[in-house]
Write a protein that binds this ligand. Structure first.
Ligand SMILES: Cc1cc2nc3c(=O)[nH]c(=O)nc-3n(C[C@H](O)[C@H](O)[C@H](O)COP(=O)(O)OP(=O)(O)OC[C@H]3O[C@@H](n4cnc5c(N)ncnc54)[C@H](O)[C@@H]3O)c2cc1C
Length: 348
């Protein structure tokens, strides 16, 4: 029988949380190893829209979300430092799709705009927002919003190609990442068996997104730590301009649009927002897609959608459980076991 190998920290999950943790641990001098069940980024990270939120959008939602604004206010500056190479981790190799993200109020949202503006003034005035929404002069509005928007704000919240962020983190840590099909825990002996090979980690981090639930169950943790918020995400391809922004009415984000260039050079919009929440788990995906197109037409009536194609994919936000299944206000890291220590993490 071969003796179990020692390791400081064993990280589960190769999405943004796991790869970021692995990189941070190694920079701090720990002997860390990351194990991934499927493909790196196979979960939410690749499905996401890649916006580095600084709270501008949440600030319009309601005073109950000020905690979220506080929790993420510093994020855009932190990420920008990494992208420029002056912060850790060094993410100079990652691709930035857009340096900023817009907030626009459609003409139909006049009363909503008044309500939003009151709260926005409060939040900005209280110094809570690091990336303040700045009202754009009409002459600088993107063509797609020119006729349909009442107000357009810009925020210094970058939009990233999340695959390239994962690649940048992987490039520095490739030798410490393994794909593992079978995991067995024998924590009373301090051991984890990875495809049959025994390892003795001093600490374990579950950063496996939705996979954390099954991992927690495997170590005998009580159920109920995680919640899932399902979404239907939409992809729209056609004669579309590049656009990155949120359509906000009265504190509700009706649409969130980000853009990607397809292999054939066409612009593809990734569309999320309230329509994604409303159509989550729809029994008829075609009806959900029609609803999304109607929503785009409603808030961007001048957009030329002739010949546009639409697709959809189901996604789930895996998060720490909250009362009423609300969106958690910030990152959640919790120790669920001592000796070896097991931590569970969900970014938000
Ligand atoms: C549609 C959508 C849009 C979003 N848009 C944004 C946005 O614009 N901005 C933003 O900040 N956030 C956004 N989010 C949230 C963000 O994507 C997530 O908070 C983040 O990606 C979660 O990262 P993660 O590493 O915790 O999980 P994941 O990215 O889900 O990664 C988990 C990884 O763990 C692996 N895994 C699962 N089980 C196991 C196991 N047993 N052993 C080993 N590995 C395992 C999975 O295969 C996967 O690779 C969005 C989320 C969704 C769903």
């Amino acid at each position: 029988m071969t003796a179990a190998r020692e390791c400081d920290v064993l990280v589960f999950g190769g999405g943004i949380a796991g790869l970021w943790a692995l990189d941070a641990l190694r920079r701090a001098g720990y002997g860390a190893l990351l194990v991934e069940k499927d493909a790196l980024g196979a979960g939410q990270t690749i499905q996401s829209q890649g916006i580095v939120h600084g709270g501008g959008k949440y600030a319009l939602r309601g005073v109950s979300d000020l905690e979220a604004v506080r929790a993420i206010a510093a994020m855009p500056a932190r990420w920008l430092a990494c992208l420029e190479g002056s912060g850790e981790p060094d993410l100079r190799a990652a691709k930035v799709r857009s340096r900023s993200c817009l907030l626009w109020v459609p003409k139909s949202g006049f009363f909503g705009d008044l309500a939003s503006k009151g709260l926005m003034t409060l939040v900005v005035g209280a110094g809570l927002l690091a990336t303040k929404p700045v009202e754009m002069p009409e002459s600088e509005w993107p063509e797609a919003l020119r006729k349909s928007a009442l107000k357009v704000y810009t925020m210094a919240e970058p939009v990233l190609d999340t695959g390239s962020v994962l690649s940048a983190l992987l490039a520095k840590n490739e030798d410490r990442v393994r794909r593992v099909a079978k995991v067995e825990f024998a924590l009373e002996k301090g051991e984890v068996r990875l495809d049959g090979a025994a390892l003795r980690p001093r600490a374990i981090v579950f950063a496996a997104g939705a996979g954390n639930e099954a991992l927690l169950e495997k170590i005998g943790d009580a159920p109920g730590r995680m919640q899932r918020r399902p979404l239907t995400m939409f992809l729209l391809r056609g004669k579309l301009p590049e656009l990155y922004g949120h359509c906000v009415v009265g504190g509700k984000t009706h649409l969130t649009v980000t853009s990607v260039k397809s292999a054939r050079g066409k612009t593809v919009w990734q569309v999320g927002g309230e329509v994604s929440e409303r159509t989550a788990g729809a029994a008829d995906p075609a009806a959900a897609r029609a609803e999304a197109v109607a929503e785009v037409r409603k808030f961007l009536p001048d957009l030329d959608l002739a010949g546009a194609e639409i697709a959809s994919y189901p996604a789930v936000r895996a998060e720490a459980a909250t009362s009423g299944a609300r969106r958690p206000s910030g990152v959640h890291v919790e120790r669920v076991r001592v000796e070896p220590a097991v931590l569970v993490a969900w970014p938000t």
